[in-house]
Design a binder for this molecule. Structure first.
Ligand SMILES: *Cc1c(COP(=O)(O)O)cnc(C)c1O
Length: 452
């Protein structure tokens, strides 16, 4: 470890690597931080600087970096079986994980189809829904409904059912046209309206769309309770209950994309539990492997499964695959991660942590540049504005959130604001003291970014 080592790696990096979701020219001014190792909640660069990973490395990590229990499970698996195709073959980790997921998921989701990343899981759910209706002779069902400001991934099908303009606009000519219905996002509610009331009111438009178009609609896709990439916008479970009901009534599938919110982020293992609903498809990834390896799963019902089950000649099979479908190492990491939920009573412990986080964030409610502090479980967000009344955002080109990002990095915290939304989604191994540190740096970063 010596001074200058970060710069050396950074120079080599910028010579050959093209980074995701990045204008590479930004790195003429912004450093790329080469990470040498991770340990619990901390990341460490090549010069010994440490960064508290407040965003779980893009929402994937649950139990800290280099978690001994997950690492040891993987080391054992490595000596047994690294990979085998899942078509015609199987292995213990894939079977055990499917057993566990179908047991833990909302009741009725009895089948597990594997893929290898979040976007692919969304593609699987879309194709399965469309194909289900086709197998039922309902060939006029070809459309999908999504919520405004929703995010479901970057591959073309997933992008088509998302609605974050920044990622989507350029590619519009390539995308199928989804029906976009206004989001129940509570940030938009009137001052005297509760979140539950607002979300229920916003259901009107969805009800209308379904009433009018259900004959041509395969499925409605939603991110239950939190639109994460859309700025950690939150809504009430009442919306999901109404939506489940309407989908049943109109013969339309409900796809719950819990890729970001699954595995305890919202306080329950799955966000759907808070509305006591079972979707027709549940998409899981990100936290699934505790942040170790790339894996995703789509859980579905016997009704869906049975519509594909027939003699080969009937040509009803779901002929979709990815090379690394159900990779044994990834499945083993997922099993080890689920075992920690069990042995450590993680969801109970998180209640204490999330209450602590709420207390730490309370002073920000008074900040003149903060329009809202919102939280559900282990996800919290602070929305920065130029003025609170009327609510006016900062001009985008000022990139205030980026200033918070830079300040926080210099002070040992990895935040990665979504525009001007500063948020926290830390691994569950964070301590109350680390929460205080993380919030204090964010607070100072916000002061720094808003004082001119
Ligand atoms: C991240 C995310 C995806 C896409 O997952 P990838 O693994 O990045 O392809 C899909 N849906 C939601 C809600 C996500 O947050």
């Amino acid at each position: 470890m010596k001074i200058g080592e970060n710069a050396t790696w950074m120079a080599r990096d910028l010579n050959v690597v093209w980074h995701p979701c990045t204008q590479m020219k930004d790195h003429e001014g912004l450093p790329v931080i080469p990470i040498r190792r991770g340990q619990g909640i901390w990341l460490e660069d090549f010069e010994g600087n440490r960064y508290l990973d407040a965003i779980s490395s893009w929402w994937v990590n649950l139990f800290g970096h280099a978690n001994p229990r997950i690492s040891n499970a993987l080391k054992a698996q490595l000596d047994e079986l690294e990979h085998v195709l899942l078509a015609g073959f199987s292995h213990a980790p894939a079977i055990e994980l499917a057993e566990q997921l179908t047991r833990l998921a909302p009741p009725g989701l009895t089948r597990c189809f594997y893929a290898d990343n979040g976007s692919s899981a969304v593609e699987v759910a879309l194709k399965m829904s469309f194909h289900f209706w086709r197998n039922q002779g309902q060939v006029q069902k070809t459309r999908f409904v999504t919520l405004s400001n929703s995010y479901h991934g970057e591959t073309l099908g997933a992008l088509a059912v998302g609605d974050v303009e920044l990622y989507k606009t350029t590619y519009k000519p390539l995308l199928m046209a989804a029906m976009v219905v206004a989001s129940p996002d509570c940030y938009a509610r009137a001052p005297d309206v509760s979140c539950a009331q607002h979300s229920a009111l916003m259901f009107e438009q969805m009800a209308q769309t379904l009433a009018e178009h259900h004959r041509e609609i395969c499925a409605v896709i939603v991110e239950p309770l939190v639109q994460c990439a859309g700025g950690m916008r939150m809504y009430d479970p009442a919306y999901l209950t109404l939506l489940r009901d309407a989908c049943n009534r109109y013969g339309v599938h409900l796809i719950a994309d819990e890729i970001a919110v699954g595995f305890g982020r919202t306080g329950t293992l799955f966000a759907c539990e808070q509305a006591q609903i079972t979707p027709d498809f549940l998409c899981l990834s990100k936290g699934l492997t505790g942040g170790y390896l790339t894996l995703s799963a789509v859980l579905t019902t016997p009704t869906v499964y049975d519509a594909f089950y027939a003699d080969y000649a009937a040509q009803r099979a779901f002929l979709h695959s990815h090379s690394y479908t159900g990779n044994p190492l990834a499945c083993r990491a997922a099993l080890a991660s689920l075992a920690i939920f069990d042995s450590d009573d993680t969801l109970e412990k998180n209640k204490v942590l999330s209450a602590h986080l709420a207390r730490a964030l309370a002073p920000l409610q008074e900040n003149p540049y903060v329009s809202e502090v919102r939280q559900i479980g282990m996800i919290a967000a602070i929305e920065l504005v130029q003025t609170r009344v009327p609510r006016t955002p900062f001009p985008k080109q000022q990139r205030r959130g980026l200033q918070v990002y830079q300040f926080a990095l210099q002070h040992g915290v990895l935040l990665r604001p979504l525009g001007d939304v500063i948020y926290f989604m830390p691994p569950y191994v964070i301590t109350p003291k680390e929460i205080d540190f993380m919030v204090e740096i964010a607070l100072r970063g916000i002061e720094h970014a808003t004082n001119s």
